[in-house]
Design a protein around this ligand. Structure first.
Ligand SMILES: Nc1ncnc2c1ncn2[C@@H]1O[C@H](COP(=O)(O)OP(=O)(O)O)[C@@H](O)[C@H]1O
Ligand SMILES: [Mg+2]
Length: 312
């Protein structure tokens, strides 16, 4: 596999604070690599260092086999960035904004026309070409921000939390747009603190905490890091302490948690956990409303590695 980015021992400190602590990793051609971590874990700082927008104390960064520096203009031409904060011109329309950003890379006007149309189509803004940013909802504005960052068809694209505070429709549109970009040959780095998104689109994930990689691999490799095999959630009222303690003794059970009428039982590998639990409820005359079983999530992995939740 061809390496598109190679990072070795990257360390970035702001005054006393170590924002990135000795990061080393590669990004391979054609993959969507997820950087997953809670707020403040160092995702944006990592991206900004890779892009040479921030200087750093230690480490080396190579992109397309060459050292990346603030004046690496040939490398920068092939890169697209969608920053965490939306940055568009209020006085330009949707079409004019994309034209402006694309024009920074592509001087030929005719060639640009097609690129702008492709970008508008990718993010689904066909109906809004003549709208000004102020007239767009938060989700549509994010989609414009994306179109501006990718219209020049870069080979390498960075997305920094592109779905924060967007409606579900825009979120789906953004995620499927990113998959299309990859299908068309781009290599993508995607940061988020939403583990669900990483599970949907990323081939490989690095989990960051306090500027360090605490785990990395494919989704299934990461899930093997937790001993949890299955999680059963039950809506149940007025469960007594002694009933909870009895459940802790059931076969394959790792842990039992009961809060606000929600019982969560985590199981290690074993068969028929759910039917056996339903049978147990029946035998002990315990009534419940809903019951469902899930596989462990990346949040469970994060919780086991760090002792805290990944969610907001
Ligand atoms: N300009 C700055 N000056 C000082 N500290 C900063 C600055 N930018 C970020 N930090 C700190 O560096 C850490 C990593 O921040 P950041 O990379 O923005 O995290 P993330 O993108 O994962 O939310 C945080 O503790 C943050 O407070
Ligand atoms: Mg950030």
């Amino acid at each position: 596999m061809k390496k598109i980015i190679e990072i070795e021992h990257l360390t970035k400190e702001y005054k006393e604070k170590k924002a990135i602590d000795d990061l080393s990793f590669n990004v391979y051609e054609g993959e969507i690599l997820g950087l997953l971590g809670p707020n403040g874990s160092g995702k944006s700082t990592t991206i900004n260092c890779i892009l040479s927008l921030l200087n750093f104390q230690k480490g080396s960064i190579q992109i397309f086999g060459q050292e990346m520096t603030p004046s690496s203009y040939e490398i920068k031409k092939e890169i697209g960035v969608v920053f965490q904060e939306v940055a568009v011109f209020e006085e330009l329309t949707v079409y004019e904004n994309i034209d402006y950003f694309c024009g920074l890379y592509i001087k030929n006007k005719e060639q640009r026309k097609q690129l702008i149309e492709d970008a508008i189509q990718l993010v689904g803004l066909e109906q809004y070409k003549k709208f000004y940013p102020k007239q767009l909802s938060g989700g549509l504005l994010r989609r414009l921000n994306i179109a501006c960052g990718i219209a020049h068809k870069p080979k390498l694209i960075f997305f920094d939390e592109p779905t924060v505070a967007v409606d579900p429709q825009s979120r789906n549109n953004i995620l499927s747009g990113i998959e299309t970009l990859r299908k068309n040959g781009a290599t993508i780095i995607y940061t988020t603190h939403y583990m669900e998104e990483v599970e949907i689109i990323c081939d490989r994930v690095m989990i960051l905490d306090h500027g360090k990689i605490i785990a990395s691999g494919t989704i299934s490799e990461l899930k093997k890091l937790t001993q949890i095999e299955e999680k059963v959630t039950v809506e149940i009222l007025g469960l007594l302490e002694k009933e909870i303690n009895k459940m802790k003794e059931l076969q394959n059970v790792i842990d039992v948690n009961y809060q606000n009428g929600l019982l969560i039982i985590t199981y290690k590998k074993g068969e028929n956990n759910l039917p056996k639990l339903m049978e147990y409820f029946k035998k002990n005359k315990i009534n419940y409303q809903k019951i469902y079983s899930e596989r462990p999530t990346l949040n469970d992995v994060f919780l086991e590695l760090t002792g805290k939740e990944l969610r907001d």
